[in-house]
Design a protein around this ligand. Structure first.
Ligand SMILES: [Zn+2]
Length: 294
């Protein structure tokens, strides 16, 4: 057990050390209070920004994320958000935090939303403008001045990346009008990670977990931590699901794990079939919550 750092999600004072990444050297622990898992090493804002400043890897990542499965996931969320919003809401305003290349916002615009968003990466801001004519703000969320303005705030694969996830969720609360919705999509610790942890602790092989917790994926919320966090900030939870959804092509995952090319395609086809039927590990959570009516 170590007594520092404090959990940045629930402020508990004890964190259990889990493993050290063999490849990258950082330490990973789990909060004994809320069950969230996170990188214990301190990372600062400029180191984080550096991670997202590589234009070529950003373009490669964006191209992989522009796929049919991700597109359907976005449309399902937009359908549900439209159902949740009061009938007669014309051109609801949506703000996507960490909007990447603007793929989701472009779909939201086609769906009738008035779109806004922010992004840390300069490459992403340029890409969103070039691909979709969407202008993203480079400012941190606390500098967004439109309080009580938006009908929906979305965070797709965001809160696992940020230094201060609580602050981001609090800012979303401020930006939303009363009755507005926050949507969060983020990885959650699953049985796949338990297998990875077993391998890390008993063999020192951390490559499975290095795909899930990295110096970019700084924390994985537990569902309990998510519920408590949202309630403490003042949100009403509408729906929380833990789902079997893999955003990048399975072949890319396998390649990153060092699976040889000669078996990669066959294995990817088999895994894709399991994933499509929801029979693989439930690795992500999606959460709809509402800022209460005044
Ligand atoms: Zn905690």
């Amino acid at each position: 057990m170590v007594t520092a750092p404090l959990c940045k999600i629930c402020s508990a004072e004890t964190v259990r050390h889990l493993y050290r990444s063999q490849r990258y050297g950082f330490q990973v622990g789990r909060c004994t209070g809320c069950g969230s898992t996170f990188v214990l090493d301190k990372i600062n804002e400029s180191e984080l920004k550096d991670m997202y400043s590589d234009d070529s890897s950003f373009e490669r990542f964006s191209n992989m994320m522009d796929n049919e499965k991700v597109s359907k996931r976005h449309l399902d969320a937009l359908h549900l958000l439209k159902q949740l919003l009061p009938s007669g809401t014309i051109s609801p305003r949506i703000f996507d935090v960490g909007a990447g290349s603007g793929y989701f916002l472009n779909q939201a615009r086609e769906f009738g939303f008035e779109v806004y968003g922010s992004e840390l990466s300069d490459a992403a801001i340029c890409s969103a403008h070039r691909r979709y004519n969407i202008t993203l703000s480079p400012l941190p969320l606390e500098q967004e001045l439109r309080t009580d303005f938006f009908d929906v705030v979305t965070m797709w694969g965001l809160i696992e990346h940020v230094l201060d996830p609580l602050s981001i969720i609090k800012q979303a609360f401020r930006l939303l009008r009363c009755g507005g919705f926050l949507y969060i999509y983020t990885p959650v610790w699953c049985f796949y990670d338990d297998i990875g942890l077993g391998l890390a602790q008993y063999c020192g092989w951390t490559r499975l977990l290095d795909r899930r917790i990295t110096l970019a994926h700084l924390q994985l919320f537990s569902t309990e931590a998510m519920r408590k966090t949202l309630a403490a900030i003042g949100f009403e939870l509408c729906r929380m699901e833990v789902v079997c959804e893999y955003n990048l092509p399975v072949t890319a995952y396998l390649e990153s794990l060092g699976v040889p090319a000669r078996v990669r395609n066959g294995l990817a086809t088999a895994l894709d079939q399991l994933i499509d039927r929801g029979l693989f590990f439930r690795n992500n959570m999606r959460v709809f919550c509402r800022k209460p009516l005044a």
